[in-house]
Write a protein that binds this ligand. Sequence first.
Ligand code: G1P
Length: 297
Amino acid sequence: MTIKLAVIPVAGRGTRLLPLAKSQPKEMLPVGRKPIVQYVVEELYHCGLEKMLFITGPGKTAIENHFDLDPELTEHLRHTGKEELLAELEFEREKIQYFYTRQRKQLGLGHAVLCAEPMIGRENFVVALGDSVLGIHAASKVVRQMITEFEKKSAAAVISFEKVPLQDVHRYGIAAPKEGEEVQEGHIFQLSNIVEKPSAEEAPSQLAVASRYVFSGEIFDYLKKTKPGKGGEIQLTDAIQAMITDGKKVYGLSISHADRRFDVGNFESYFEAFLEFAFNDPDYGLSIQKKMRELLK
Ligand code: G1P
């Protein structure tokens, strides 16, 4: 059976976004018209995923409320003659099942993913970071492509990568493609290693993890054995590295510009994401672009 379940870690505190994310989850920040986490769910749903398991933490209940049905609001819009606004709530009725569990200690991304094990067991699944979306307005179908490759190759993992400037490699998990593998945009390649947040000197390439992963349930065995790594946290990257060392087949998919990653993890990337989504707004995109051009003159 093809993969239907996505784990969406949203437990991080968003300390790089203070004071903005002090009392609201960073995943609820708007990029254009929608909170980024809604775009994440839409991206996954359009790639065939129907079960969303959020790994939450303190202060994240706004995410659960957002995806819940809101009959009072629906009634209010009907009664006040604002039926046309009901279309904006249609996402509430998609054929998606939502599940939530809490990461009770902030021990890192690897530990957050491990919190999903009781629900997933040995099934294959997707991990999609809740503060990042692929493609403008979540238009990317990269996750579908990753699932197809994962199944075709009977892989242990397939991970999306995006080329980043050398001065940014220290912010990401970085790929070491297998020797002799040519990495072309939109293509799959085998990994010989992956390193969490290396310095520019140590980085094996400029290919950074682009926030989407497909895993077999075996990843949990490796996560359980993973000791705290960079920043004292249990790193997902380290568990993947152990899988590769064990001879498991782990692949990367180098995403194209059209599938590029937008994230709200820090102010610079958040501002960029917001602007680009607003510039592409169906109603106001062109007028905003025009205003910006005037401002920049
Ligand atoms: C996490 C991962 C890292 C990855 C990044 C963006 O880091 O640990 O490997 O490159 O997400 O997808 P974080 O941004 O949570 O520090």
